[in-house]
Design a protein around this ligand. Sequence first.
Ligand code: PMV
Length: 327
Amino acid sequence: MGVVASAPAKIILFGEHFVVYGEPAIVLAIDKRAYAEAEQRNDKRLCLRSVNLNLAGYFENGTFKIEQGDAKEAKSKFEPIKLAVAKVLEKHGENVGLNIQINSTVPVAAGLGSSAAVVAAVTAAVGALLNVKMSKEDVFRTTYESEKIVHGTPSGIDPAISTFGGTLLFQMDTGFKPLEVKADIPLVIGDTGVERSTRAQVEKVRSIKEKYPQIVEPVMLAAREIVLRAIDALKENDLETLGELMNINHALLYGVGVSDESLEWLVNAARKAGALGAKLTGAGGGGCMIALTKNEELERVFEAIQRVGGKPFMARKTDEGVKIERT
Ligand code: PMV
């Protein structure tokens, strides 16, 4: 039996897209986690297996061999993991072979940060297995660096929230700040099942912003005001206000073109079923929406999302970032 570590997924509660232009965003770790188990091998192979994706393969002497599933998919999913493991091994000072098994409860490619959660969990598990001292800061850096190599220039939101957990205020020029949150924030998350590209969605907003600067700038200011008010509402456990702010935030995102039919069905169904507020989360154009819901309405909102074709699941904020589950 090896060492097991886990790390949480995330949702963006407020401020996606506008964050790209320097506005603040609020990000929340949710109680859907990725688990990684690491054990040492007698040879130098790095063997990776994803139970939930049905993928397996190994890296040896710089080449990748597939053992289960689609080779291209496996390589793209395993590449950031390999990079993170290499960084831990560098700290360890010796190259050792490893078996790593991943088991994630986070839907993939839905904007919930599943990739960062997996990499953070693997980094912590391998560090603990080899007795390499990895502070949370080290896990964050390692996860961020390997995501950067694979995905270009991400904001760092996903690795930060997977590592530190809780609720973070993020702004491009000032970075991350933990937020005090009294509220429990019961959510129903609805996955449209529609795949989207974050890059294409960000481009869409850029072109609208360039075409209509005088219109989009006040929208950005409104988005900032929403985040500022949400900070107070989170502190005061004011779920009604948070719900209203989510609805307004969704309208702004709709205005800059990043909602789509699949999201609108789910958002409207959730509101009709009694959600306090609902909005898309992340890049939009498919992916996931979130509905803030009183505990007694959770079931109704869940069913309403399901009825219109979404894949719902319930989630709550978690304060637990990356952690060792078993040594
Ligand atoms: O759906 P995600 O997790 O890829 O969200 C992207 C969030 C954006 O604000 C649209 C882009 C970014 O880099 O912050």
